[in-house]
Design a protein around this ligand. Sequence first.
Ligand code: GSH
Length: 198
Amino acid sequence: MKLLISHASPYARKCRVTALEKGIQGIEELHVSPLDEPEKLNHLNPLGKIPCLIYGENKTLFDSPVICAYFDEIGEGPRLMPKDGNAHWAMRRHEALFDGLLDSALNIVIDLRKPEEQHSEQWQQRWGCAIDRALSQAQNELDKIEGDLSTAQIALACAIGYLHFRLGKHDWLAPYPYLNEWYEAFAQRPSMQATQPK
Ligand SMILES: N[C@@H](CCC(=O)N[C@@H](CS)C(=O)NCC(=O)O)C(=O)O
């Protein structure tokens, strides 16, 4: 299997953490810069985004939730996402919330990379508020998120890691001490340590 990644991509990190936690061996990580090397990526993922997994006989999977679900299925150990029922949908909801948090953070990063006169204060504020509401809900629902390792925990930890990595000037977790405590402990896992963004 080959996984197209960059060391800075938080979506790729979700997949890499999941693969490590599920004991999946033999994944070759190929480093791709989606903006600079579209020819390496676009024929595999028409959306031109990483992560993208190549498996089997040149089959591809993209979008980190799909790749994580695939790793959960083929890997060892307890499932990271309950197979069905209410627990499944509750976890899917949390995964969507934390992936959406990540999308808002990435939107801010992209906006900040534009020439200054093209920055949009209004959109940055909107995305920032979405991040804050998602973090607030994560802390309020921490009792449901904590516990056995799960897809939702990995998505949340990678999203918070990205806030620290790219938008660390702002202390996003200051209002959420319990969430911060949870994150600090989770970030010590070998899978998180091995995939720190660069
Ligand atoms: N929903 C996708 C988002 C992936 C994504 O946006 N990846 C970024 C890198 S962090 C990318 O490849 N961006 C290139 C682009 O948007 O053209 C996922 O969960 O995998």
